[in-house]
Design a binder for this molecule. Sequence first.
Ligand code: FES
Ligand code: MG
Length: 577
Amino acid sequence: MARRALEELRSQRWFASDDMRGFSHRQRTQQMGMRREEFLNKPVVAILNTWSDLSPCHAHLRERAEAVKRGIWQVGGYPVELPALSVGEVMVKPTTMLYRNLLAMEVEEILRSHPVDGAVLLGGCDKSTPGLLMGAISMDIPVIYCPAGPMSNGQWRGQKTGAGTHTKKYWDELRAGNISPQDWVDLESRMTRSIGTCNTMGTASTMTSIVDAMGLTLPGASSIPAADSGHTRMASACGARIVEMIWEDLKPSQIIDARSFRNGLVAYMALGGSTNAAVHLVAMARRAGVPLNLDDMSEMAGKVPVCANLFPSGEYLMEDFYFAGGLLALLKKLESHLEPNALTVNGRNLGENLVGADCWNDDVIRDPSNPVVPLSRGKTLAVLRGNLAPNGAVMKSSAANPRFLKHAGPAIVFDSPAAMNAAIDDPDLDVTEDSVLVLRNAGPVGAPGMPEWGNLPIPKKLLKQGIRDMVRICDGRMSGTHYGTCILHVSPEAAVGGPLGLLKTGDLVELDVEAGRLDMRVDVAELERRRAEWKPTAPVYRRSFAALYQRHVSQADEGCDFDFLSAPGPVAEPAIY
Ligand code: FES
Ligand code: MG
């Protein structure tokens, strides 16, 4: 690959000029104890670090940044660590999704306003991957994604426990009276035993694996457990490689195209990945100027069955997946679906990166001829449309009870989580397992931020009868670690006048996943009457980021990006005077 001249590096505009500003930039760098030889005439590499004390998934990223720096120094770069918003899934309320676009904006502006030639992006917890990459795609300077890596396997009383998946499972068992309050306390310290992202195929591993398949990480990096020494070596290798990428001027726009998205979708479906990815991928694609919609995803889901035997669709954890050969072994088994010529950050194409990718455990990483969930039984992503969701809704039918995939039942509608929580365990609630539980005003505008409220709790009286799944509908999202017959991302959402807002308790709802239908059986005249009476119930924020968000966010089927950010880049370079 051709090597750029030093003068072409954007950092040279700051450091090489012999005017007063250039003096200040050099002077102030020396103020930090750097010798001129240490930073002048070198590529300057940003390490965008989403570490925080409230993000357990990223707890090790300060140390990993040191490894990245080591790699950068060794090949003649100058590393600068820059903190970026940490969108840790567990602690950030009401939802990290409210802040994904804020992180994306921050990344774009940090990279734009500073003297950096490229960046290593350190993240991994759900929204951090799309947030970091959306900003980087728009900025379009060389970047490499360094995923935080999944936490180590968990066990409790001889049973595998996966983050998120088993929290939900044992919560239901506690409410059903099958485990004791003391068991529940014990679980607290047993379920998540190391640093790193969720060890199930939740949104974190879904997104890091997808961007790995898209060529934005070092090959296979997404599968390396956070606590493995190989993870530190991978971080160092990211540092060494980004310096070369800067000289080669290998930018996201050369890596991301329709082929790389296709490869990402193959990984997504084969992993049984999170429904959340359906939102993030549309947002990323729009920023890159690549056409991609929900139907493209469901089409791929109809071709590639779930082959990774991982919770919540299967029964293993990410460490098992890594030992079985990880993402590269999975992709190798799906080679016929892939675009082998798609370029990746290591300068080689995906096909070359898959040479020699072996699978060491055919139960963890299944052959497509022996999938975890056959296509006839369920897909990673099904798209539904009808008079309840004209622009689409999604569900992971592979993680749903097959009995409900064609279903009709009366709706029980909640307008808020508070209303739901007040009623759901009431012994007098008129509910059976055939009821359809609905939570609305949980969309991008309504909540705002489209929280993960879509896995509505099963009413306690049904739990006690042994029932663990029901049809649930929401205009919000669901954790990728969860499972059940949950119809999500209903678009348009209730708060902007979507028909979900017109549904009433007792209306018959019909679901037919194979036909891709979601309808309410309410006649047109009655719907018109209800529409005339409809008033938005969601709060409209007058100030704060939430106000900006509500004004500019797009609907779920459009990626929930801001209208003023979703056009393809590149952004203008700042003036330096
Ligand atoms: Fe961070 Fe699951 S909570 S990855
Ligand atoms: Mg999650």
